[in-house]
Design a protein around this ligand. Structure first.
Ligand code: SAH
Ligand code: DHB
Ligand code: MG
Length: 227
């Protein structure tokens, strides 16, 4: 099969799975439309990845969640919907404009009481969360600037308990992580390759990366904090 046909097939499979398994809900369509109207980039998780993080959140029984990288709150809504009524999400976003769109989307989704959007650089906000004793969190979703992933993981570990789940988006980058350190590899790529090695070898973690394909292949890291 040609590369073009393989791309088309992986896109068709993604559409097939979405049609089969992902509930059609106007809240998600409106969330994406609001992002588009405000010029936010379409770099949210896919519907299938949303369904996957929703199921992982439910399976883990999480009540307190910390997300790094809100964008328009598309992934946040998937996660928040998997929580029990007393659940709570803190989501960190650098861009005030993204945060404003996210708050509108959360309001429309009826999730404003459950989710708090905090504006600032993740690495500035995380120490404040720790200092205020707001941890431990049951689940983390790391999905902001790729070069700071190792820093976000350090804070997630500090703010976790044994059994906490750490999810990390964009760990395969269409396979380019396998070319880390070679000519043409960029900084994010090299850092994510090191991050993946840490997920595999850090004695505090048990991990796997799930490849997710929709034309382009990316990966969701799933890590459990060991007891
Ligand atoms: N989780 C979202 C997508 C996040 S995209 C979803 O799937 O729906 C990455 C987001 O991280 C962008 O909104 C970007 O503004 C934000 N970001 C970039 N650098 C950041 C930083 N240093 N701290 C916090 N957020 C950051
Ligand atoms: C980018 C960021 C993401 O979180 C993502 O899922 C895809 C792309 C980016 O910065 O290009
Ligand atoms: Mg992402």
């Amino acid at each position: 099969m040609s590369e073009r046909d393989e791309l088309r097939l992986s896109q068709r499979i993604d559409d097939y799975l979405e049609d089969l398994f992902v509930p059609k809900d106007p809240v998600f369509a409106e969330t994406l439309a609001e992002m588009d109207r405000n010029g936010l980039p379409g770099i949210n998780v896919s519907a299938n990845e949303g369904q996957l993080i929703y199921m992982l959140t439910k399976l883990s029984g999480a009540r307190k969640v910390l997300e790094v990288g809100t964008l328009g709150a598309y992934s946040t809504i998937w996660i928040a919907r998997a929580l029990p009524p007393e659940g709570r999400v803190i989501t960190l976003e650098y861009s005030p404009k993204h945060a404003e769109v996210a708050r509108r989307n959360l309001e429309r989704a009826g999730l404003s009481d459950l989710v708090e959007v905090r504006v600032g650089a993740g690495l500035d906000t995380l120490p404040k969360i720790a200092a205020a004793g707001e941890g431990p969190f049951d689940l983390f979703f790391i999905d902001a600037d790729k070069t700071n992933y190792p820093g976000y993981l350090d804070w997630a570990l500090k703010l976790s308990r044994p059994g906490s789940l750490i999810l990390s988006d964009n760990l395969l980058r269409n396979g380019s992580v396998m070319n880390a350190g070679q000519p043409g590899s960029d900084e994010s790529n090299d850092i994510i390759a090191g991050y993946n090695r840490q997920l595999a070898t850090d004695p505090r973690l048990e991990s796997i990366i799930i490849p997710l394909s929709r034309g382009h292949v990316d990966g969701l890291g799933v890590s459990i904090v060991k007891s």
